[in-house]
Design a protein around this ligand. Structure first.
Ligand code: NA7
Length: 542
């Protein structure tokens, strides 16, 4: 690797979550000097912050784990089918220690700006602690569900009781016993935490604006036999995952829901229901593209919800009626709907009685005042672009990423943006991102970036960035893929719809994880087609 004598390090990696950790590992393997910044006190990203009760991953533990280190894969043993936050964090800490990755990071340090200087082709990265580091490459591993959203409800900050956001959960234990707890939000975080909180709290009030589809996880401890089998067949499992639409070794039923009869459809839904969790959205290939097919899945799940909830009126209110099933991420739960059979759980329907204000001692809806000791904000994130928008990113000619993306994210392959040379975005908008298994997603992108840096070195190049046209075409491709599905019809965070004023654009690439990998590989093989590679002043456009 040719040294860049004028820069402090070869690369800066921002974020010590799943993608940042692997980026540090891989770039160091290339012999690069890497400096990492992380705003938290430790590694883990999402799994560092989301410590709320009941927090788990909805991708099976054996799949939601790194594949790059075969020994690690063989030595690490997951205890449950769906791992808890605690176990995933312990795993990531183990990986960090095993590969000495913590040493790259400066913790409790938030990056406030990254500014590109065209003459030196270097980025200057500045932090809230007043540090500045120059680097040739910037890897933005800032997370897609990391910028928390605390809605601007009147009186929000006047509440005198305990108040927590699920995505910034405290490290000290939170006691619910004897307390009246209000949970605002019924996405994954609300739906996972409500049953656990209800077990201890005096009373839980669930403030629901939009009901969500949720499917029991079917979680269970993994047996020694299951683990032995997975470990013996890991390479094959990973191969199938890489060939799949979502980065896990599952493929939909070979026929569409509208191509089979009622009995066959029922059998397939029963099977996927047993399998558990959000994967139900993928039982049939046409489920999220054809509304009639979607209706069959929706009706199946509705009947299940009605079986689980004793009071038919409450069941009605818990059943979504504003989006096709699967167009918002289906939640993977553990006893959510049954929780509403408890005497100490009250559903507050914000569609009929919206929140008017938060008071010193509770929440007032248009219906009544609810006196509370604690409010849990399970109100989600400024997803996919929020964490980047909170950094002042300035590329060539002083252009800002915020402005460039003001009408929605504009990337090529999700990896890079025109006007921002040598900056790579991890697992974000324009890539399969949250629609895929994030761990394999991160590995695929980091490996691609690493190969790209090899290419730059081989050509003695100073910088790489996508052409405006390549970005234009990729954005069009992403939009076209989304338009072929039912996804844009939902007010989801995929669409930016949960954040007031955010442009309404379907942000992930929905063409599938395997297809995406193939496209990235083909572009690399074609000499990084669509990228401009600057070579000592000359521009080479393959
Ligand atoms: P989500 O899925 O964005 O859920 C946030 C919830 O908070 C959702 O039910 C929102 O209702 C609700 N919300 C947001 N703002 C308000 C206000 N102002 N008033 C009432 N209710 C509100 O976030 P999660 O943390 O649960 O999950 C994020 C992802 O993490 C998840 O999909 C998994 O992939 C992992 P709305 O639907 O907007 O009406």
């Amino acid at each position: 690797i040719p040294e860049t004598p004028s820069s402090d390090v070869d690369a800066v990696v921002i974020g010590a979550g799943i993608s940042g950790l692997y980026a540090v590992y891989k770039l160091r393997k290339r012999g690069m000097t890497v400096h990492g910044f992380e705003s938290a006190a430790g590694v883990g990203g999402t799994w560092f912050h989301n410590r709320y009760p009941g927090a788990r991953c909805d991708v099976e533990s054996i799949d939601y784990s790194y594949s790059f280190d075969e020994d690690l894969q063989q030595e690490w043993t997951w205890s449950e089918r769906f791992a808890t936050q605690e176990e995933i964090l312990a795993y990531l800490e183990h990986v960090a220690d095993r590969h000495n990755l913590r040493s790259a990071f400066e913790f409790l340090t938030r990056v406030v700006s990254t500014v590109y200087d065209e003459e030196s082709a270097l980025w200057t990265v500045t932090t809230d602690t007043g540090r500045s580091v120059t680097a040739r490459f910037c890897i933005m591993a800032t997370g897609v569900l990391s910028a928390t959203n605390r809605p601007d409800i009147p009186g929000r900050d006047t509440f005198a009781g305990e108040s927590y956001h699920t995505g910034e959960w405290p490290h000290e234990p939170v006691e619910f016993a004897g307390k009246r707890v209000g949970v605002i939000g019924t996405g994954s975080s609300g739906i996972q935490s409500i049953p656990v909180i209800a077990k201890d709290a005096d009373h839980v009030f669930v403030f629901q604006r939009s009901p969500n589809y949720s499917i029991p996880a079917g979680n269970r401890p993994l047996t020694a036999e299951q683990i032995a089998e997975v470990k013996a067949t890991y390479p094959e499992r990973r191969r199938l995952a890489r060939m799949s639409g979502g980065g896990t070794p599952f493929t939909p039923y070979p026929k569409g829901a509208m191509e089979v009869d009622e009995a066959e459809r029922r059998r397939v839904y029963d099977e996927w229901w047993q399998r558990g969790g959000y994967l139900f959205a993928k039982a049939f290939p046409d489920q999220t593209t054809n509304l009639r097919a979607n209706d069959t899945a929706r009706e199946y799940v509705e009947s299940k919800i009605r079986e689980m909830v004793k009071d038919p009126e409450i069941a009605n209110q818990l059943i979504p009626n504003d989006h096709p099933i699967g167009t918002k991420r289906i939640v993977t739960d553990d006893g959510y709907f049954e929780t509403f059979n408890r005497d100490n759980v009250t559903l507050v329907n914000l569609r009929t009685t919206p929140i008017v204000e938060i008071t010193e001692d509770g929440v007032r809806t248009s219906g009544q005042h609810y006196a509370l000791d604690m409010i849990v904000f399970a109100t989600g994130f400024d997803a996919m672009t929020g964490a980047l928008a909170r950094i002042d990113i300035r590329g060539r000619g002083g252009r800002t990423l915020r402005e460039e993306w003001s009408a929605g994210p504009r990337t090529y392959l999700g990896l890079a943006s025109h006007g921002f040379p040598n900056m790579f975005f991890m697992v974000g908008a324009g890539s399969p991102s949250v629609l895929a298994n994030m761990v394999l997603m991160a590995e695929q992108q980091v490996d691609w970036i690493s190969d790209c840096l090899d290419h730059l070195d081989e050509h003695d190049a100073a910088s790489i960035e996508p052409t405006e046209r390549a970005v234009e075409e990729w954005v069009a491709e992403c939009n076209e893929k989304a338009a072929g599905t039912l996804f844009p019809s939902a007010n989801s965070w995929y669409m930016g719809a949960n954040i007031p004023g955010k442009p309404r654009v379907f942000m992930p690439y929905i063409g599938g994880f395997a297809n995406y990998g193939t496209i990235c590989a083909e572009i690399a093989a074609a000499g990084y087609k669509g990228f401009e590679i600057a070579q000592r002043g000359a521009i080479e456009t393959p």
